[in-house]
Structures are given as C-alpha cells and as structure tokens.
Design a protein around this ligand. Structure first.
Ligand code: MV4
Length: 446
C-alpha cells in the first residue's frame, strides 16, 4: 500500500479522498492555490503545498508544479479526483515516468475514451449498443448529407474531441444540415483545436443513465448498477439517483453484464462510468468517463462499497475487495448538488458563508468542504456540497430528502437548495417521470 498520497484537487472531493486515505492509514498531501489557503481540504491534510495563484492553469492544472509538490513531500501516488487533470492522459503518463502512481486507469484507456469516435468504435467492438450514426469522422458536407439521409432526420453533429455536451449541433432537416455541419466544425475547431466531427441519429427524449464499473486491471471487472442523471441544466447535473426509476431488474442486469464483460475484455483498471442515453427501452452508448464522478456517493449508498478506497486499493496492486456476486443493490439513494448559485438563473454566488447548518439523521450524508465563516472563492466551479440521502424505498428516500432539505441552512450566499424544495414536490419528479430536457423546460416556464 502507499505511504503518502498527494490529492491533486480541491473542495469536497479532496476531502472525500483524504477520508479514504485515512482509513487505509495513508498520509495525505493537500495542494492548493493561494485562493484556497483556508480551505478545509488544506486544514485536514497531514501536509499541504501551495502550488500557485488562483487561476487553475497556474495551480490545479499545472503539471510541473504538481510534480514539484510530489517531489518535495515524497508522495508515492496521486489521486486526481474529478475535473482538472483527472482525464488527462499525459498527466498519468508523466507521473508513471517519475515512478509516481496515478490513481486511475492506464493513460491508454484515458486517451481512447477521450476521443469520442475511438470510444464509440471500442464500445461497438465490445458489444455495447451504440447510437446509429456515421462510421467515424465525417469530413465533407456531401458525406454528412448522405449519412443524414440514410438515417433520417433529426441528426446530431458532435465534435470528436468533445464530450459533456460541448460542440454539438442538431439538424432537423435537409435544409438545416449545411449550416449545422459548418457551425459544428468551426465551434469544434475553436473549442478543441480539432474540427473533426461525427454524426448520430438524434434521440429526442432520452434519459441519461450511466453504469458504474470497476476493474482491477488484470481482467476482473464488475458493474455496480446505474445512476439516473437526467435532471440537468446546460449539461450540469443537479440531481442524481440510483436505481433509475425507469429500469427493471432484468434490463439492469443485462446492460450491467454487457458493460462488465467489456471492461473485463479490455482489462480496465479502477473506477469508470459508461454513459448511455435510454429511450423506448433501449440503451445507446454515448461516452465513457475514466474517473471517479461527482455523483459516486449514490452508488456507494446502495452498495455499501467505498469506491474511492477501492480506487486506491486497485492502484496499489491490492486488487478489488469484492466480486460481482458480492454486490447487492439495496434501497434507493438521491444526491442533490448544493451549488453557490442563484436557484433560478444559476448565476454563481461566491462570498462568505455566515451560517452553516447541515442536516443529519439516519440515511443522510453531506460531503462538503464548506464551514461557517468560509469564503467561497470566485475562481472555481460553484459546487459547495452534496446532500446524499438513502432509504429502503424511493418513497422513503424522497421523504427523508424533503426532511433533510428543510434542515439545511446556509446563509450569506445563494444556493440551489430552494430549487430542490420545489423539485421534490413536483409530481413528475415524485413519479420519476423525467427525461434530459425536463429541468430546462421546467425552468423555462414562468
Ligand atoms: C445525444 C443526444 C441525443 N441524441 N446524442 C450531451 C452530452 C454528451 N455527453 C452527449 N449529449 C447528448 N447526446 C444523440 N444521438 C442528447 C444529448 C444531450 C444530453 C445527454 C445527456 C445528458 C444531458 C443532455 C442534454 C442535452 C443533450
């Protein structure tokens, strides 16, 4: 096992990783920008290193500075968390070259999944169902038109280097296609420095359902059920639940086994998420994330498995502490993302938290680096905490969530909590009847 892990992240996920390290008896190193000197992840770490000014590219994204922090502290492994360098294949490679373990998949797997065409080709080869579309990149308008006509409209043009919704354009008809194609290409070029695009049949009312997977890197791999993350705005998830209200045990087992088998075949290492669109009873692969995700606690709640601890175990060569047969999905869990934002406009609301009272009681978990008096800096994403609620049934979970939300007091800044009070009372949410467009439609109504 490792002696010392450097956590290349901030906020609640840095704390989350520290907790797993402590339970494994591993010393922790926090890194921070000057804007985060009084952050909880710095206070609770065994050691900390200031790695630069507030701007992420000069601190949390700066590979030479992170390497220097490893060198100074003698860390033997790095956990990247989510965001920042977590899916940067070059970072994983450089660490390995310096004999520091990257707690995550191989750089090769990160690289393949970062290229959406390669990811899709890999998924297809492994027997994972994909969205019908072009075979690889589409280079000309003529080719785009041919593909679109053969599939039928609407179609979606996606950037090969994209992901998370950036660089996508819908074309609803033959007339639409030339502009959509040109716009998608130029936006892809501007955003990623790569104008490669591909085309898919556009699914109009899918749910976003993702499967949590875990591999040991030697051909053992498992799935831990799904999370339904359909409630989102501008590709920012705000409410996630497991299991999905849309799936039954048979369809869950089928897609789960398909994905786990695929991960065994490629000898996937560590935590991963295979993302699907789910419409009319069918799954369609869209992308794979090669990191721990924000919403991993809902899976932890229904499986009782510490996913971050398992990431560290697997990276150290200790293997997985469970097999597929050991995994029992029990009850229902929901996560609400508490963002420092206006609950209607989502405009960031940084500033000082003058009062902080998190909820408690049975089935309640709050993951946060916030505390009373903490000043939320304006430089980073606005997630300040996550409320995760577990119950025996979805109904019990919802009742508990309502109760927990009513206990949660955060003063001094605006948060998304008032929006959750509304959502948990809306019949569509209560009944689990929502797709990926539901929240934006709801917010759009006066
Ligand atoms: C799609 C789609 C409809 N049809 N692909 C958006 C993020 C990226 N991961 C893939 N995305 C989508 N791909 C086809 N063929 C609709 C979306 C999409 C979406 C997907 C998941 C969660 C939220 C979404 C919001 C808008 C669009």
């Amino acid at each position: 096992m490792f002696d010392k892990v450097l956590i290349a992240n901030r906020g609640e996920i840095a704390l989350r990783i520290q907790r797993a390290c402590k339970e494994l008896g591993i010393a922790t190193v926090a890194v921070h920008s000057t804007a985060d000197a009084d952050a909880m992840h710095v206070r609770l770490a065994d050691e900390s290193v200031c790695i630069g000014p507030p701007t992420s590219s000069d601190s949390y994204l700066n590979i030479p500075r992170l390497l220097a922090a490893c060198e100074i502290t003698g860390a033997d492994a790095v956990h990247p968390g989510y965001g920042f360098l977590s899916e940067n294949a070059r970072f994983a490679e450089i660490l390995e070259e310096h004999n520091i373990t990257f707690i995550g998949p191989t750089s090769e797997h990160i690289r393949i999944m970062g290229d959406k065409i390669q990811a899709k080709e890999t998924a297809k080869r492994l027997g994972i169902p994909i969205v019908p579309g072009s075979q690889g990149a589409v280079r000309t308008e003529t080719e785009a038109m041919k593909v679109a006509k053969s599939m039928g409209f609407p179609v979606l043009i996606k950037a090969t280097a994209g992901g998370g919704g950036r660089g996508m354009k819908v074309a609803t008809s033959v007339e639409d296609l030339p502009v959509a194609f040109a716009t998608a290409r130029s936006e892809a070029k501007a955003a990623f420095g790569n104008d490669s695009v591909y085309i898919e049949k556009y699914l109009t009312k899918p749910r976003h359902i993702e499967i949590q997977v875990f591999g040991d890197g030697t051909g053992n791999a498992v799935h831990l059920g799904e999370r339904d993350c359909s409630l989102q705005r501008r590709h920012q998830k705000i409410f996630e639940e497991a299991p999905s209200p849309a799936l039954n045990a048979a369809s869950r087992a089928r897609i789960g086994e398909t994905v786990a088998t695929a991960m065994r075949t490629i000898k996937y290492r560590g935590a991963g998420t295979v993302e699907f669109l789910y419409e009319d009873g069918e799954f369609y692969f869209i992308e794979m994330n090669t990191r721990i995700q924000v919403e991993h606690p809902v899976t932890e709640a229904i499986t009782g498995i510490d996913l971050v601890l398992e990431q560290i175990r697997v990276a150290s060569g200790a293997g997985l502490s469970f097999t597929q047969d050991d995994i029992v999905l029990s009850g229902h869990a929901i996560e609400c993302r508490i963002n420092a934002e206006n609950p209607r406009t989502f405009r960031p609301s940084p500033g000082q938290i003058t009062y902080w009272h998190p909820p408690g009681g049975l089935g309640i978990r709050v993951d946060s680096g916030a505390y009373q008096g903490y000043r939320i800096p304006p430089y980073y994403d606005s997630l300040i905490g996550k409320l995760i609620v577990h119950g025996k049934t979805r109904n019990e979970c919802m009742m508990r969530l309502k109760r927990a939300l009513s206990e949660f007091v955060i003063d001094g800044i605006e948060t998304t909590i008032p929006l959750f009070h509304e959502l948990v009372r809306h019949p569509d949410v209560v009944n689990g009847m929502y797709d990926i467009h539901w929240l934006e439609k709801y917010l759009g109504k006066p």
